[in-house]
Design a protein around this ligand. Structure first.
Ligand code: URA
Length: 471
């Protein structure tokens, strides 16, 4: 029997190293017990040190790695063993489709993502100390081991204030430079002075998405941590007045306030929308906090009859000011490549996975920042509605953020480019983002990569020509 003691509950690297060595040495899942240091001590332990370093490796799909990284954060004590069973079957080229373990691992990963979303929506900072000694503290009770994974979101969102998120499992701290993690604490130790009510109220309103409100699903154990009635109630009442759909406000009339419910456009169904109507709705989108610093929503553009839909990452500085996608340097690069591939940009619908510019100010310059997964997810509703309105024959995802949004999961570009992927009844081609080409340091690499990009676009053009002929 091999008894593997992982360093902690979220020790993905420890699991990965041990699982790989066990699998390569042919150790069956039934002969392994997984535990976490500090957990119940087991006698007669034998880890993997007695196993030889296996001579040859084997590869697993990137999607399995992503699934494992998420499912390991679940609180289910059987997760390490379950994931090893899956790895064992993958190693012997077993088809995992329909496998009950894979269904359970997927359910765990989904529960973890939901818990991260809940943390983002519910964490409420309170100020302790004053002025230069001010520190912002929040208490949260996670259902799963999500604190470390969610901390970068808060570091990004609240970059200029020192904060601590305290939980019974672990505490995450941000000092303005780096996140650090310490052990969990008891709720009685949490300071409760509250001077951040107003800031927090705005933060919550900005994040609140009525379309995802499912009161009955929230375990009662968390109700006591919900925001005050005075804040949450009006939000819930507004949500109930809407049938479904995004949280929309009219930015032009009230820059920092949600619209009154009676002024808010009713949510639309996902078919039958015109792009013009969607653009109007999206102008007041508050589904994530990015709208606060951006100049405007940059919605997609192009004919509603387009057979190709190009999806980029997010508007850049120029796009944010112009209100149009791909009009800056990346846009010029894209236009040139489309032209060379024989695709007329005027006939293509061009949009972005995230519709607000995310940046950090550096003096007079606004430095582009990559959108985070919650922002990509919050904005996906617009992509879905554009897709339903345009019904393109082909979607081209430009870069990793676009691929994540279009395919609904993190998708490595190099391994997936060069061929069409079928996703939910839509043909998808993934390729690099044009700004990747702009960033390449040397001329030779630039020329080579540009040609590969054009070749990818030619695959799109060729496929469209063939399918038009066949039709
Ligand atoms: N990069 C993008 O992904 N989209 C734009 O619109 C501009 C730059």
């Amino acid at each position: 029997m091999h008894i593997i003691r992982l360093d902690n509950d979220t020790d993905f690297e420890g699991w990965r190293k041990a699982a790989r060595r066990l699998a390569l040495n042919g150790v069956k899942p039934a002969d392994v017990t997984w535990t976490v240091r500090g957990g119940t001590e087991l006698s007669a332990a034998s880890g993997v040190d007695d196993l030889p370093d296996a001579p040859h490796a084997f590869n697993v799909p990137a999607t399995f790695v992503e699934l494992t990284k998420a499912a390991i954060l679940h609180r289910n004590g059987e997760r390490f063993a379950l994931l090893y069973r899956l790895l064992w079957r993958l190693r012997s080229h077993h088809d995992l489709a329909g496998d009950s373990d894979i269904a359970e691992a997927n359910a765990m990963a989904r529960a973890v993502y939901r818990d991260m979303d809940r943390m983002i929506a519910q964490v409420r900072f309170r100020e302790i100390g004053r002025e230069r000694n001010a520190h912002y503290v929040a208490w949260f009770e996670p259902e799963h081991h999500v604190v470390e994974a969610a901390a970068p979101f808060f570091a990004n969102r609240f970059a200029d204030m020192p904060w601590s998120i305290l939980t019974p499992d672990l505490c995450a701290h941000w000092d303005g430079h780096a996140v650090s993690i310490t052990s969990g604490i008891d709720k009685s130790e949490v300071p409760n002075e509250d001077r951040l009510e107003e800031a927090w109220r705005r933060h919550t309103s900005g994040l609140f998405d009525p379309a995802r409100l499912k009161l009955m699903e929230m375990p009662q154990a968390y109700w006591r941590n919900l925001p005050d009635d005075s804040i949450i109630k009006p939000l819930i009442e507004d949500a109930m007045r809407m049938t479904s759909g995004p949280f929309i406000a009219n930015k032009a009339s009230e820059p920092h306030q949600p619209q009154q419910p009676q002024d808010r456009p009713m949510a639309r169904k996902t078919t039958g929308d015109s792009i013009a109507a969607l653009r109007e709705d999206a102008a007041g989108c508050r589904a994530c906090p990015l709208w606060k610093n951006a100049t405007q929503t940059v919605f997609g553009e192009g004919p509603q009859t387009a057979s190709i839909m190009l999806v980029g990452e997010q508007p850049g500085d120029k796009e944010d000011l112009a209100g149009k996608p791909f009009v800056g340097p990346a846009g010029l690069m894209l236009d040139r490549a489309l032209d060379e591939a024989g695709i007329d940009r005027g006939k293509v619908y061009v949009t972005n996975a995230v519709k607000h510019f995310k940046f950090v100010p550096r003096g007079k310059v606004r430095l582009h920042q990559k959108p985070a997964t919650p922002e990509i997810r919050a904005c996906r509703q617009w992509y879905e509605r554009e897709l339903a309105a345009i019904k393109p024959d082909l979607v081209v995802a430009l870069g990793a953020t676009a691929a994540q949004s279009v395919l609904g999961k993190i998708t490595p570009i190099n391994r997936n480019r060069g061929h069409l992927i079928e996703h939910d009844g839509t043909k998808v081609l993934v390729t690099v983002h044009p700004s990747y080409l702009l960033r390449l340091p040397d001329r030779e690499a630039k020329t080579l990569e540009y040609q590969r990009f054009v070749n990818d676009l030619k695959i799109a053009a060729g496929w469209l020509r063939r399918s038009a002929r066949a039709a």
